[in-house]
Ligand binder design. Structure first.
Ligand code: CMC
Length: 392
């Protein structure tokens, strides 16, 4: 019989070759196409990083302008898609709506589903990047019972998203540049992270030749889980449950107890066994936003800051190399901006869409591409004969 290497959770299996993102988890390094994430988050902006991830190089001024105008031209969703939203229960989780609506894009935009045609692949790419903020904002508006807000193409990507979420008929939301910058940073810091669970899902789904909208919907489904994209929501819920700094020791004790399944959400990472470089930038951003909004006395933030310090000083977390991850801080920023926790993962999904598509594009353009087909170690019954039901 064939002999296969057993690698549960794929901790030591490289599933592909890629030129997009480099991570050194021991050293806490994250590079996109060679550029350090702190430089990109500090000096660039999300749409420029999208271009870099997709096409491999930073754009010239003319290339960037062209890319931004193509994305802007595609921000509307087909009017008929509104009916799809209204088919969901009004209290549906926005992630459930996102999985359904993005999957349904293959039915609305089937003129960009032929993956053998480079032009159609490009149109699908631009459509997905352009429409994800609109779809995420619509999912939010629907679940809070407010009318959909159409995109405004004179605004930048992040401001447009904030406006679509927070404008109401009586009042057009005025986007503060500090909040728009913080939103753009959240998008940038989540844009790609090599072969994480959702990206591997997108690659595996696409390897069969499935259309890009269906594959991105698969990525969204995978991202939903609390060990992956759901961690920022889980982290904020945990902070609310802790409530006040005096209760932190009790929760730290629970996290250390082997007989208690509780974990400190927002701590630890499969790859980073050092400070997550994204968390460093996100922490600065959290301070800026909280200064602006004047919520220094917010008990959730006070709890978060104290938890961070107590966990970092605790030998258990030091020995296991558990540091605060990007979700620890992004949750605090989103909470301060006024997003409900249920929107945290949709915002991660819209940010990661470019990473999923870049990885998909790289895979599809590789002439050596093969369908993904892991094998297994069979541990079930050996061959035996069927027994009629009355004799069992
Ligand atoms: N709190 C307490 N103990 C922990 C934690 C935690 N957050 N994370 C790991 N451990 C312990 C775990 O109990 C285990 O102990 P032992 O070796 O004694 O059995 C050890 O550390 C290693 O844990 P693991 O589960 O084998 O490590 P992993 O690399 O498979 O897990 C992780 C990585 C992110 C799933 C995990 O650290 C975790 O569950 N963290 C909380 C959820 C979270 O914040 N997830 C966001 C991840 S970053 C964003 C993303 O990728 O989407």
């Amino acid at each position: 019989a064939d002999v296969f290497t057993y690698d549960p959770g794929f901790t030591s299996t490289a599933s592909c070759e890629s030129t997009i993102t480099y991570i050194d988890g021991e050293a806490g390094v994250l590079l996109h196409r060679g550029y350090p994430i702190d430089q990109l988050a500090g000096q660039s902006h999300f749409l420029e990083v999208c271009y870099l991830l997709l096409y491999g190089e930073l754009p010239s001024a003319a290339q960037l302008e062209d890319f931004e105008s193509r994305v802007t031209n595609h921000t509307m969703v087909h009017e008929q898609m509104h009916r799809f939203f209204t088919g969901f229960r009004r209290d549906a989780h926005p992630m459930a709506i996102m999985v359904g609506v993005v999957g349904a894009m293959s039915a609305f935009y089937h003129d960009s589903t032929d993956i053998s045609d480079p032009w159609q692949r490009e149109v699908a790419t631009i459509r997905l990047i352009a429409k994800m903020p609109t779809i995420a904002a619509m999912a939010y508006k629907y679940t809070v019972g407010q009318p959909f807000v159409y995109p405004r193409n004179d605004l930048d990507y992040a401001s447009n998203f904030l406006r679509m979420c927070f404008s109401v008929p009586a009042e057009d939301y005025q986007v503060d540049p500090i909040l728009s910058r913080a939103m753009d940073r959240i998008f940038t810091l989540h844009a790609d992270h090599e072969q994480n669970a959702s990206t591997s899902t997108v690659r595996l789904a696409s390897s069969s030749g499935a259309n890009p909208f269906a594959c991105i919907a698969a990525g969204i489904a995978c991202l939903w889980g609390p060990s992956h994209g759901g961690a920022n929501q889980a982290c904020l819920e945990m902070l609310k449950e802790i409530g006040t700094p005096d209760r932190i020791p009790e929760f730290i004790a629970r996290a250390k107890d082997k007989n208690d399944p509780f974990r400190l959400m927002g701590f630890g990472h499969r790859v980073y066994k050092n400070f997550d470089p994204r968390a460093t930038v996100m922490k600065q951003s959290a301070d800026e936003v909280l200064d602006l909004l004047g919520v220094e006395n917010n008990p959730i933030l006070a709890t978060a800051k104290e938890l961070e310090q107590q966990a970092l000083a605790d030998p258990y977390f030091a020995e296991k190399k558990l540091f605060p991850n990007v979700d620890f801080y992004s949750g605090i920023i989103l909470e301060a901006m006024g997003f409900p926790t249920s929107m945290f993962t949709p915002i991660f999904a819209l940010s990661r869409t470019v990473g999923w598509i870049s990885q998909w594009k790289e895979m599809i353009e590789d002439p050596a591409m093969k369908i993904g087909r892991p094998r297994q170690l069979y541990t079930g019954a050996t061959q035996r004969d069927y027994v009629d039901v009355e004799k069992r």
